[in-house]
Design a protein around this ligand. Structure first.
Ligand code: HSE
Length: 436
């Protein structure tokens, strides 16, 4: 059988990794697929200087549209990232009847609905395994392996850079900026690292996972997003003392009223497997009604781990080329005509437990005053930790753990606590999940 021709857009970290894996594992891949897969056209800035593909066998260009418009190319692999140009290229590829593979979570989370509709109308596939959790085959697991389940909730560490920063802060007491710089040098961080540290990258990925889990449209704008930039070593240490670790989680949960979609730093019990996922590694815990909890773990970023997912998508695409469109695995897991309109809840309606830290005057009765406020809001406290004041200072750190409560109720209680004369400044709040 004739080789399938692939066009690569981007030969950076992931593009380079993809070309390398396709070349190195060509024989293995052919044995699995039954036909050869050849990179025939590559676009990238400064492409003349590349040393990965053989210019005698592969067309090289700086104009990505040349690849998208190349009649020989059957699969376009978009690895340039970003929203605008990437979207134009993907839409043009679809319009030209080409299958698309992308690692671009921002693109899928924000323009995925339009892209999937265009692909379905044209009878081509759009695959995005590498967009979520790098090398972990979580899309395949959700869309196919768990297809018999009603998904109840999922929680994931889905940003490697953020996890690397939190791990290094906890284990080595390293400074936030210093660790971020290292993540950038290692090629883990996004082009704009605020996407990593402010939770936007994780929110893109959670948006995609929630669509696959619950059959809802991609709704990035409704995902509550909070990053790790305000986490202090003090809170990391207090959490440890109480038997918890702080992890940056993406959480999607189906409730009777709708779907909670939230990304934020989260205290989790230190014994949970997720609490022990360190460094740049990612992990996603999925709770299905039939299977119970399942955990997926692996490298969430980096050239070859991400390439592993891209190449798997290319292989799947080749295998499905002659399959009639209505018999292919639906692009978002549920058939386009069976998507649901389950509402995504506002963060005010989410229910979770809380870690609260406040600075209180060191005098009798303060703890009782604070407890009364929580009692008046029917909020049960699970643990209280009072730290010794530093020498010459009359303020102590009070740390409280609450039981599960609706966010809007907690907001009201926090406002009242902050208004107490004995409490100085704002109450620090970090949400807490037991993941049981
Ligand atoms: N910046 C992302 C991360 C890369 O750190 O996880 C993989 O999506």
């Amino acid at each position: 059988m004739e080789a399938v021709k692939v066009g690569l857009l981007g030969l950076g970290t992931v593009g380079g990794g993809t070309a390398t894996v396709l070349l190195r594992n060509a024989a293995e891949i052919q044995a699995r697929v039954g036909r050869a897969i050849e990179v025939s056209h590559v676009a990238g800035l400064g492409i003349a200087d590349q040393t990965i593909v053989d210019p005698a066998k592969v067309k090289l260009t700086e104009d990505a549209f040349e690849v998208v418009n190349d009649p020989e190319v059957q699969i376009v692999v978009e690895l340039i990232g970003g929203y605008t140009l990437a979207k134009d290229l993907v839409m043009k590829a679809i319009d030209n009847g080409k299958h698309v593979v992308t690692a671009n979570k921002a693109l899928i989370a924000t323009h995925g609905t339009e892209i999937m509709q265009a692909a379905t109308a044209k009878g081509v596939t759009v695959s995005y395994e590498a967009a979520v959790a790098g090398g972990i085959p979580i899309i395949k697991a959700m869309r196919e392996g768990l297809a018999g389940n009603q998904i109840q909730w999922l929680a994931g560490i889905i940003n490697g850079t953020g996890n690397f920063i939190l791990t290094e802060m906890r284990d080595k007491g390293r400074d936030f900026d210093d660790v971020l710089k290292e993540a950038q040098e290692l090629g883990y961080a996004e082009a704009d690292p605020t996407f990593d540290v402010e939770g936007i990258d994780a929110a893109h990925k959670l948006t995609i996972l929630a669509s696959l889990a619950f059959g809802i449209e991609l709704q990035f704008e409704k995902t509550y997003t909070e990053g790790i930039s305000k986490i202090t070593t003090e809170d990391v240490n207090y959490a440890e003392e109480l038997g918890y670790r702080i992890k940056h989680l993406g959480i999607a949960r189906k409730t009777d009223n709708g779907i909670e979609l939230r990304v934020h730093p989260t205290l989790i019990p230190e014994k949970r497997l997720l609490a022990n996922v360190d460094g740049v590694m990612n992990a996603v815990l999925v709770q299905g009604d039939a299977v119970g909890p399942t955990l997926y773990y692996g490298a969430g970023a980096g050239a070859e781990p991400t390439a592993s997912a891209v190449v798997a998508d290319i292989i799947d695409t080749v295998r499905s080329i002659d399959v009639p469109a209505d018999q292919k695995v639906p692009l978002l897991g549920f058939r386009a005509d069976s998507m649901r309109d389950t509402p995504v809840l506002s963060i005010d309606d989410a229910e979770t437990s809380y870690y609260l830290r406040m600075s209180a005057e060191d005098k009798p009765g303060v703890l009782a005053e604070v407890s009364e406020v929580f009692a008046a809001h029917s909020i049960s406290l699970e643990a209280v930790l009072q730290k010794e004041p530093s020498e010459g200072v009359n303020l102590v750190n009070l740390v409280l753990l609450s039981q599960q409560v609706q966010e809007k109720n907690m907001n009201g209680a926090i406002k009242e606590v902050e208004a107490l004369a004995a409490i100085q400044g704002e109450v620090v709040r970090i949400r807490m999940e037991h993941l049981g």
